[in-house]
Design a binder for this molecule. Structure first.
Ligand SMILES: Cc1ncc(COP(=O)(O)O)c(C=O)c1O
Length: 371
């Protein structure tokens, strides 16, 4: 049986530095603990939630996004929103303009609808889409543009003018613009496409990464009300989204402005440490720096190593869990690992020691790391 890195990492979760899923381990635990403890004391889990979602939470989400006229909808993570949107709006033969690398789970959902993605290669500067390339790629079957901003896995963020230009392309061609903004809070210049193309844009948001709630599985989308109705036909959470997740999301969003600044500062400091570590290994490099999200791609293609071998070496010998690139790019996945870093500094200490050691162990004839 092939080695199951996730099974191993979960079994050893107390000892593993989890740098593999862009999760956030920096949110002060008291932010949600009190609210969750109270909900558990009240045994709120015994009953179904109010099916459309806690109105206070929905109001907070709307305020957080700041998109007047757009209605938020709760789902079990942004993932379920992505599934609903692709199922509701795509038919066999349709095309979606997307990128490579990308968050490929969305591409898989597109394919489940019988549609296909047209992946524009962005593994070269500026490591993101441009309005010009998107416009050129539009054909008679194009129905949707996928704009993930900031982009998993590269960490590239779109300047406001580029978001506007892509939104204008969607508007001019009557295409749905799927704007996945899961990592928006980590960016220095996040702008929502819905500001520029409110009719065409569906904004997919999440509290998994900004609020450190990935395990609770709550997120959603936001769009103009008639479009929300159309998408809601594919809602599988007819009885509502997990009540404890709603309670936690509400508590986190209520206080986010008080603690997110510190999360972002630490994330950026950690990113600088990843960069310094990578620079000590000749042949390894970062295509994008600084990341506008909380992860980066580390290119190891010049070292002649497989990312899977590096992932396994780091995990088994050093307890450091990074992600091999094949999960994120059909074309370039063999060139990189992805490292995420919204983690306590001690996890970065471990990465700093482990990364050069693991490379040296796998490629004994590669040049020695510089001190
Ligand atoms: C771009 C992107 N969208 C959506 C998700 C999924 O988010 P959620 O945990 O809200 O389902 C991820 C998770 O890594 C992601 O990277």
């Amino acid at each position: 049986m092939p080695f199951d890195a996730f099974r191993y990492a979960h079994a050893h979760r107390g000892e593993v530095a989890w740098l593999s899923q862009n999760t956030n381990h920096l949110v002060p635990p008291e932010v949600v603990r009190g609210a969750l403890e109270e909900a558990i004391r009240e045994r709120r889990y015994e009953g179904y939630p109010y099916a459309p979602g806690d109105p206070e939470l929905l109001e907070r989400v709307a305020r957080d996004l700041g998109l007047p006229g757009q209605t938020p909808f709760l789902t079990a993570g942004g993932t379920e929103s992505l599934y609903m949107i692709t199922r509701a709006l795509l038919a066999p033969g349709d095309e979606v303009i997307a990128s490579d690398p990308s968050y490929l789970i969305i591409h898989r959902f597109v394919e489940l609808s019988g549609a296909r993605t047209r992946n524009l290669d962005i593994y070269a500067p500026p490591y993101r889409l441009s309005a010009e390339r998107v416009a050129e790629a539009i054909g008679p079957k194009t129905r949707m543009i996928l704009l993930i901003d900031p982009l998993n896995p590269l960490g590239s963020g779109y300047p406001r003018e580029e978001v506007r230009a892509i939104a204008e392309v969607a508007h001019d061609h009557h295409l749905t613009l799927l704007n996945d903004v899961t990592y928006r809070d980590f960016s220095d210049h996040a702008s929502l496409a819905a500001q520029f193309a409110p009719e065409e844009t569906i904004t997919v948001w999440s509290v998994s990464k900004n609020c450190g709630l990935a395990g609770l599985r709550i997120g959603g989308f936001s769009a103009r009300p008639e479009l929300v109705k159309q998408l809601a036909r594919f809602n599988t959470n007819d009885l509502g989204v997990n009540i404890l997740a709603q309670v936690a999301a509400n508590a986190a969003l209520r206080t986010k402005s008080e603690w997110f600044g510190a999360v972002k500062r630490q994330t950026r400091e950690n990113g600088a440490r990843v960069k310094a570590t990578v620079e000590r290994v000749p042949g390894a490099s970062l295509p994008v720096y600084p990341s506008q999200a909380n992860m980066m791609v580390v290119d190891i293609s010049r070292l002649g190593l497989s990312p899977e071998a590096l992932q396994e070496e780091l995990l088994l010998r050093h307890g450091v869990f990074v992600r091999a690139g094949n999960y994120l790019s059909p074309t370039h996945g063999a060139k990189f690992v992805r490292v995420s870093f919204s983690n306590p500094p001690a996890d970065l200490d471990r990465f700093e020691r482990a990364f050069p050691d693991a490379i040296a162990a796998l490629a004994p004839r590669a040049p020695a790391p510089t001190a």
